[in-house]
Design a binder for this molecule. Structure first.
Ligand code: SF4
Length: 432
């Protein structure tokens, strides 16, 4: 039994540390320090609440009965892991930069939270400096910081200072902003570098967009998206258009228009996401992901975490790997994450490159082909290792449809690095 909370940290705008941003918000696990006498972060991560989670999951018990069963981050089928404490690795710190928001999306808990939560509405750079400084002193590695919560992060008037503070203390940690984009880019981000900017624009036309994004302006959101592309992409940043599929925005015409616009703007990726709400698209669902009309290779299909309950997530320990292929060709491959879904599909992200130009990577399990991974994402992190890698699209991030091969956790996955039809090297990932 497992749960994301043992590899992530979720911090609210008022400094509370909660049990993830879903049903887990009912459970408080601690708080950022208000004074020097308060427990430091390592003590918090060892307190009785965290110990309850670890002991329960390790022994196949539900940590918080009647809460976890309803929580999107519960993984009853996944083997227990505890990177947070054993390795002092935090895969993601999720910071609710602000609880304020100008939009009124009907399924959002923002209004209830504003009425019921006490304390600050904006996470401050001082709180950020103290939290990250404390983690640093306690030798924690942080893989990513994500600004997202039950409010709009860019409503925090000191948002650029948050980015700058994190950059100063953890310069190599990836920062990701998830925003509704109804903001002036220059004011909200200033000149700060953001590795991943995700702009939530659920629709290609104002009439359908505003049915969910009530009070939102698609013109403003498109302007923000274009400014982010102009400002962040040349620095190596990734800019994603996130499009949640509702009944009100799932006509074929609109999905094709979104792809055309995304291509015209130059987004790195366009994600179509299955929602779990009552107004979710009934035409395109988690069970039929490949019926969505797709015309561009940078489109990715994803799902709300609640669909991942019976999924198994594998995060390989060390990356990237150097391998030597046929004719002594030198190659590199990094597999960031593999998610094996209950419906048999498999999500894989990572990158590969070699001395010879690669065309794709083929995934094979037990000598049977599962599918091909296309290079569709630039990977600035690969470029940092070898600047020449910045020039090529070497990242893959694909959802492979259910295949004839039944994939089970623990099986060795063979990644064949291919140049056209020829396999030039193989990397075997053994999740054990
Ligand atoms: S599943 Fe349970 S332990 Fe995990 S985040 Fe949700 S409430 Fe917390």
């Amino acid at each position: 039994m497992n749960c994301d909370i043992l590899s992530t940290l979720y911090v609210k705008s008022n400094g509370e540390i909660l049990c993830n941003d879903d049903f887990g918000e009912r459970v408080s696990l601690g708080s950022c320090r208000q004074s020097a006498d308060d427990p430091d972060i390592h003590q918090t991560l060892n307190n009785d609440r965290y110990q309850n989670i670890r002991e329960a999951l390790k022994n196949d018990r539900t940590p918080w009965p009647e809460v976890c069963e309803n929580c999107s981050f519960f993984r009853p089928d996944e083997p227990y892991s505890n990177d947070l404490l054993q390795k002092r690795i935090i895969q993601k710190i999720q910071i609710e930069a602000s609880l304020a928001c100008a939009l009124k999306c009907p399924e959002c808990s923002n209004l209830i939270q504003i009425k019921t939560r006490s304390g600050g509405r904006h996470f401050t750079p001082e709180m950020m400096a103290d939290l990250l400084g404390d983690l640093k002193e306690n030798h924690y590695q942080i893989r990513s910081i994500e600004y997202c919560g039950q409010g709009e992060p860019l409503n925090n008037p000191r948002f650029p200072e948050l980015l700058a503070t994190a950059r100063k203390i953890y310069p190599d940690t990836l920062q990701r902003v998830i925003t509704n984009g109804n903001h002036d880019f220059a004011k909200a981000i200033n000149s700060e570098y953001v590795e991943e900017t995700v702009v939530s624009i659920d629709g290609a036309f104002q009439e359908s967009y505003e049915k969910y994004r009530v009070k939102g302006s698609i013109t403003k959101a498109f302007k923000f998206l274009n400014d982010a592309i102009a400002c962040q992409k040349p620095k190596g940043g990734i800019v994603v258009w996130k499009y949640v599929l509702f009944e009100t925005n799932d006509s074929e015409r609109e999905l094709l228009e979104a792809q055309r616009l995304g291509d015209e703007f130059g987004v790195t990726r366009l994600w179509f996401v299955h929602s779990h709400t009552g107004n979710r698209s009934k035409k395109y669902t988690y069970d039929n992901p490949h019926t969505i009309p797709i015309q561009y290779s940078n489109v990715k299909i994803d799902s709300h975490p609640s669909y991942f309950r019976h999924a198994i997530t594998i995060i390989p320990d060390e990356f990237p790997h150097k391998i030597t292929g046929n004719d002594s060709i030198k190659c590199m491959i990094a597999v960031d994450r593999v998610v094996i879904h209950e419906n048999g599909s498999i999500n894989i992200s990572g990158w590969a490159n070699s001395q010879t130009k690669l065309s794709h990577v083929t995934l094979e399990i037990e000598d049977q082909k599962v599918g091909d991974l296309a290079f569709v994402v630039r990977r600035p992190d690969a470029g940092e290792l070898y600047p020449v890698f910045s020039e090529v699209l070497c990242g893959f991030d694909s959802l492979l449809p259910p295949s004839a091969v039944s994939i089970k956790p623990g099986q060795v996955m063979n990644f064949h690095l291919c140049s056209d039809k020829e396999n030039i090297a193989t990397f075997a990932l053994d999740p054990q």
